[in-house]
Design a protein around this ligand. Structure first.
Ligand SMILES: Nc1nc2c(c(=O)[nH]1)N[C@H]1C(S)=C(S)[C@@H](COP(=O)(O)O)O[C@H]1N2
Ligand SMILES: [Mo]
Length: 392
C-alpha cells in the first residue's frame, strides 16, 4: 500500500485529473480525420467525422488479431498525446476505505501482476448504417458499416487488483472511469469528459487496465498510456486515456449511461431500456460492398463471425439472397470474446446482381435474425447483413 499512499493534490480532484501534459494530436501528413494521430490510408480506413472505420473487406489478409495500424478509432473529440512519465491514475470516492484520493503512476501500474488476453473492442453502433440501408429506418450517430470492431491481445493489470490496492470498500457498488481527452460538447452542451459507470461486479471480474496492445505500448489513438478493456461489453465501456476512476457506494450515472447507450424507440420502454452492456452477434464477408466477381470461376470467399454471448457454433451462408443456405467452413476454434474466420467456395454462373448472406449461431443458441429491432440511436445491430455483389 505504500506505493499508493493517499496524497491529495492541491487544487482538488479536478486539478489532479486534468490532462496538464496533454497536447493536441498534430495533423499527420495524409491524415484525413481531425484529431487522429495514425495514418488512415483509404485502402484500410473510411473516415467518419472524428472517427475512422476499419475496412472490413481489408481484414481478409489479417489473422485473428487486428494490427494496431488497422484498428478502428472512435474518438468523441480528439486523441490527446499523453506522456507516461507525467501520467497518474487517480482513484477517489466514498467507496474507498481511506476516502482520500489514491494515485498510481505508470511504473506502479506496470509493477502490478500482469494479465494478457485477446478481446474484441466493438462499438455499440457497429453496423448502425444497416438500420437505414437494409431496414429503411432512421437512426442517429456515426454511420458505421461493419468495421467498428477489432480484436487485439491486451496486456495490463487487472482492474480488480488496482481497485483492491486502492482500498475498495465492500459496500462499493459502482465505479466510473473517465478519460483525459477533451470535454465532449454537443449541441452547445458540455457533457464533460467521457465517462461511464461500470457495476462493481463487472469491474472486479475480467476488466483490464491495459497498457499494451498486440505486444506494443498502446498507440496514442487507442488510449496511451492506459485504457480499460471491458471484454464482451460495448466499446464505450473501454475508456481510453484513463485518468481517474470514481469508486462509489451509490449507483453512478453520466450522459453515457442516461442519454446514450440505452435503447429508445417504439419497441422499448418509454424512458428507454437499462444502460446497454453486452455486445451482440454478427458476421460479415471480407469483400467490398458491390464487389464484382467473375462468372464461371470458383471463388474462395472469406469472412468472420463473432458473438459476445458465447463462442460461435456455426456460420451458414447463402449466395442467392437467402433462398438456400449451407454451412461455411470454420477456420478457428470457437472462443469467448473473439471471432472465427470462415470461408466458402462459390462458382456463380448467372451474371447480374446477387446478394450474399451469412448467419452466425452461437453456443448459447443465439442466431442472427433477419431483422434487427430498431432503436433510435442504432445500437446493437445484429441482423443478417445482405451483401450486394455483381457477377460479370
Ligand atoms: N476517453 C475516451 N474513451 C473512449 C472513447 C472516447 O471518445 N474517449 N470512445 C469509446 C468508444 S464509443 C469506443 S467504441 C471505443 C473505441 O476504441 P478504439 O478507438 O481504441 O477502437 O473507445 C471508447 N473509449
Ligand atoms: Mo463506440
Amino acid at each position: 500500500m505504500k506505493l499508493l499512499a493517499a496524497a491529495p493534490v492541491a487544487g482538488g480532484l479536478a486539478a489532479a485529473a486534468a490532462p496538464a501534459h496533454a497536447t493536441r494530436a498534430p495533423l499527420a501528413a495524409g491524415a484525413t480525420a481531425p484529431g487522429i494521430v495514425k495514418p488512415l490510408p483509404p485502402e484500410l480506413f473510411t473516415v467518419r467525422g472524428t472517427n475512422a472505420e476499419s475496412r472490413f473487406d481489408a481484414f481478409g489478409d489479417t489473422g485473428l488479431l487486428t494490427p494496431a495500424d488497422r484498428f478502428f478509432v472512435r474518438n468523441h473529440t480528439s486523441t490527446p498525446v499523453l506522456d507516461a512519465a507525467g501520467w497518474r491514475l487517480t482513484l477517489w470516492g466514498d467507496g474507498l476505505h481511506g476516502r482520500a484520493p489514491v494515485h498510481l503512476t505508470y511504473g506502479q501500474l506496470r509493477d502490478l501482476p500482469s494479465v494478457t488476453r485477446t478481446a474484441l473492442v466493438e462499438c455499440a453502433g457497429n453496423g448502425r448504417s444497416l438500420y437505414t440501408t437494409q431496414q429503411g429506418e432512421a437512426v442517429t450517430g456515426t454511420a458505421w458499416t461493419l468495421g467498428a470492431v477489432g480484436a487485439a491481445r491486451w496486456r495490463g493489470a487487472r482492474l480488480r487488483d488496482v481497485l483492491r490496492r486502492a482500498g475498495i470498500a465492500s459496500d462499493a457498488v459502482a465505479v466510473q472511469p473517465r478519460g483525459l481527452d477533451d470535454e465532449y460538447v454537443t449541441g452547445g452542451v458540455d457533457l464533460g469528459r467521457v465517462r461511464r459507470p461500470l457495476p462493481v461486479a463487472k469491474a472486479l471480474d475480467d476488466v483490464i487496465v491495459a497498457y499494451e496492445m498486440n505486444g506494443e505500448p498502446l498507440p496514442y489513438d487507442h488510449g496511451y498510456p492506459a485504457r480499460l478493456v471491458v471484454p464482451s461489453w460495448v466499446g464505450i465501456a473501454s475508456i481510453k486515456w484513463l485518468g481517474d476512476i470514481e469508486v462509489s457506494t451509490a449507483p453512478l450515472s453520466s450522459p453515457w449511461s442516461t442519454d446514450y447507450y440505452r435503447l429508445f424507440g417504439a419497441a422499448h420502454p418509454p424512458g428507454g431500456s437499462a444502460p446497454i452492456s453486452r455486445q451482440t452477434l454478427k458476421s460479415g464477408w471480407e469483400l467490398p460492398f458491390g464487389a464484382t466477381l467473375e462468372a464461371g470461376r470458383t471463388h474462395r470467399l472469406t469472412g468472420r463471425a463473432w458473438s459476445a454471448h458465447a463462442p460461435v457454433r456455426k456460420v451458414e451462408v447463402s449466395t442467392d439472397g437467402g433462398a438456400h443456405w449451407r454451412p461455411a467452413r470454420l477456420h478457428d476454434a470457437p472462443r469467448r470474446d473473439g471471432w472465427v474466420r470462415w470461408s466458402t467456395v462459390w462458382r456463380p454462373h448467372r451474371t447480374g446482381p446477387a446478394t450474399l448472406l451469412s448467419r452466425t449461431t452461437d453456443e448459447a443458441g443465439d442466431v442472427q435474425p433477419e431483422r434487427a429491432v430498431h432503436n433510435t440511436q442504432g445500437y446493437l445491430f445484429d441482423a443478417v447483413v445482405r451483401h450486394p455483389v455483381t457477377v460479370a
